[in-house]
Write a protein of this length. Structure first.
Length: 368
């Protein structure tokens, strides 16, 4: 790993030793975890003369290259054909959600491909009709299948990945998740995943940590999974609030970021904008494990681990992504990095105190 932490109390090498301390009750207890807001990147000497010169391209595999390291989430209020087309135009990838019939999803893939998407991507589950859905999506021209479950380090994921890898080999990129640990990442890679979604419970409308007591902060998840010696790509999914978080994730070892809330409420998300109680325009945004979403797509509710919300209408997703991209480019230049590989080698992290967190945000109007 190239990144460094300038704080003796935080030793990244602990992953190569022991990341647990033992309590008096013999319970494994992780001694320290870090979220994105717990750290900053220390500015470095830079020879990057313009952020326009920064190269953000990244290979998903040997055949698929993205010009920006951003993937839109397979949620029914985020990615259908329109978002997939726009993500492609801007250099990223959109994963078409699976919360519909096989024929409806296949039609979305067909429309995305007809609209110029070179590498259509779509989500599937790991039980039920997943084999039939995968087959129909493959016929429609999908190049990326995203095995999309909340807890991916599971025997059902193992069976599904092995089945699909046997069926499609290298002809279809298999993205799978979600996981939060190095062991989970390595297992999914060994089972056949070409890329792994990393992150449990950090999404803005996710309640997994509250409902189940399980999860791991997003940055900690990246630090851990980045220790892997497998070739699978790391996709951090959840907890990203701004372009600064994206830079931190990429510096920590993520190859790509998956976004939901940052893209919510934009013009290419499914659904129409509507006038809210205060007169402003709103759009729906919901977690796919929310009770309402589960009732819609499978007519029953298991454990609900998400909420339903509305967000202000943000307008053009191109403008939103453009602003994020500019922030990422500036972030790389502050570390003196011309590309993502250099960022990982040059980045230096420092932990923030509470006072530093306060100082980091605009505070001219804050009350003392």
């Amino acid at each position: 790993m190239g990144h460094k932490m300038v704080d003796q109390a935080y030793d990244l090498n602990r992953y190569q030793k022991s990341i647990f301390s033992e309590s008096k009750n013999n319970i494994n207890l992780r001694t320290e975890t870090l979220a994105f807001d717990d750290v900053l990147l220390v500015p470095q000497y830079s020879e990057v003369e313009s952020r326009a010169n920064v190269n953000l391209s990244q290979n998903l595999d040997l055949n698929i290259k993205l010009n920006i390291p951003i993937i839109s989430s397979p949620m029914d209020t985020i990615t259908e054909a329109a978002m997939a087309r726009t993500m492609h135009e801007l250099g990223g990838i959109g994963i078409i959600h699976r919360y519909n019939s096989i024929s409806e999803q296949a039609e979305m893939v067909h429309n995305a491909k007809a609209g110029g998407v070179r590498h259509p991507a779509a989500a599937i589950g790991v039980t039920g009709d997943f084999k039939e859905r995968a087959m129909e999506l493959a016929r429609s021209g999908v190049n990326i299948l995203c095995l999309d479950v909340a807890h991916g380090h599971h025997i059902l994921m193992e069976r599904a990945l092995k089945t699909l890898k046997d069926s499609y080999g290298k002809s279809i990129h298999l993205m799978a998740g979600n996981v939060a640990t190095l062991e989970g990442f390595n297992d999914l890679a060994d089972w056949g995943a070409d890329s792994v979604r990393c992150g449990i419970g950090g999404g803005s409308i996710c309640t997994t940590r509250i409902q189940t007591g399980h999860g791991l902060p997003g940055l900690e998840t990246v630090f851990e999974c980045a220790q892997s010696d497998r070739d699978a790509k790391i996709i951090i999914d959840g907890g990203i609030k701004n372009s600064g978080d994206i830079v931190k994730a990429l510096a920590a070892g993520a190859d790509f970021v998956m976004l939901g809330s940052l893209l919510s409420g934009t013009d290419k998300t499914p659904g129409e904008a509507f006038v809210g109680p205060s007169g402003g325009l709103l759009k729906d945004y919901r977690g796919m494990a929310s009770a309402a979403a589960q009732n819609n797509w499978r007519s029953k509710v298991a454990s609900h681990e998400g909420i339903v919300s509305t967000v202000p209408y943000k307008g053009s997703v191109k403008e939103v992504l453009g602003e994020l991209e500019r922030g990422i480019r500036s972030g790389l230049s502050y570390s003196g990095a011309n590309n993502l590989k250099e960022l990982r080698h040059k980045a230096v992290f420092c932990k923030q105190s509470d006072a530093s967190k306060y100082e980091s945000a605009p505070h001219i109007l804050a009350k003392v």
